[in-house]
Design a protein around this ligand. Structure first.
Ligand code: FE2
Length: 285
């Protein structure tokens, strides 16, 4: 388990290396030879049992920011505790041994709320709505993976909310939502952004009207990592860099692992590497 400041991160450094290897589609033999390593030396890197020099060589070849990975391994990553945002809740539930997040944003004056993804158990969300006397108006889904929509039917049944899912990942019982669409709920405004790569039509939700700007990013970005590039590695990297083009004070609320900010991710995320992204773009042309 990889943690700092009592925050448990979704990915270990070796997970990050593997995501980059799979994303780039490099065979182990080829990677070892290009990095000037023996097969068993590369295996050690991928098991997290290596010296920093070999790790640095491999990470550099994969276009990852080596300084950040080294800091993760040596426990030198600087990760501050984020302040709690008023009128914003995070719920974490267990989905077959994996932790998954869902969120609630509230217009305090009118006691109305918007939920984002469902997680695997909506009990805490439903209890919060009752305890805080909040009417849930909308449920917005980032993408259609099971761990993010598992409790959708129960939430709709208990609250009567309207559920939206990205067009292209249509889920029975939801209405389609499109990139650039805006949704207003008294003091809160939510804008939809396209961030594909982990899934085909994955979206992020930008919330205005809270203490600070918040982006619900699903699996497009994790603190110090990102979700698996199931559709396209280049698209996943494009989406991650797009999310990190928002203002530095924007809070990022991922589907797994702790919350983070744009400023922090620009500092610590090994996948944030604009010159490497530019190189991959040119290679694809
Ligand atoms: Fe997912």
């Amino acid at each position: 388990m990889f943690s700092f400041n009592n925050l448990i991160f979704e990915d270990e450094p070796v997970d990050i290396l593997r995501k980059a290897i799979n994303g780039l589609g490099i065979e182990t033999e080829e990677l070892a030879s290009k990095c000037g390593l023996k097969r068993n030396e590369l295996e050690k890197v991928l098991q997290g049992k290596t010296d920093l020099k070999n790790l640095e060589t491999v990470a550099k070849f994969l276009g990852l920011r080596t300084e950040q990975l080294k800091k993760m391994i040596t426990g030198q990553l600087e990760v501050p505790n984020l302040p709690h945002l008023k009128n914003f809740w995070i719920f974490t539930s267990d989905f077959g041994g994996m932790k998954v997040n869902s969120y609630l944003a509230v217009d305090q004056e009118r006691r109305k709320g918007i939920a984002f993804d469902t997680g695997a158990d909506a009990t805490s969300l439903l209890e919060t709505l009752i305890d805080e006397n909040i009417h849930l108006e909308y449920l917005l889904l980032t993408h259609g993976h099971g761990d993010h929509i598992y409790e959708m039917d129960r939430i709709i049944e208990k609250t009567g909310c309207i559920a939206y899912a990205p067009r292209g990942e249509m889920i029975k019982g939801t209405r389609p939502i499109e990139p650039n669409q805006k949704l207003t709920l008294s003091g809160l405004e939510v804008r939809v952004h396209s961030v594909p790569g982990h899934s085909a039509a994955h979206v992020a939700y930008e919330i205005s009207g809270l203490e600070a700007p918040v982006l619900i990013v699903g699996d497009a970005l994790f603190a110090a990592s990102m979700g698996k590039a199931n559709i396209s590695y280049l698209l996943s990297l494009e989406s991650l860099h797009y999310l990190l083009s928002f203002s530095d004070n924007t809070f990022l609320a991922p589907g797994h692992g702790p919350m983070t900010t744009v400023a922090l991710e620009k500092k610590i995320n090994p996948f944030y590497n604009p010159s490497w992204l530019e190189y991959l773009r040119n290679k694809q042309r």
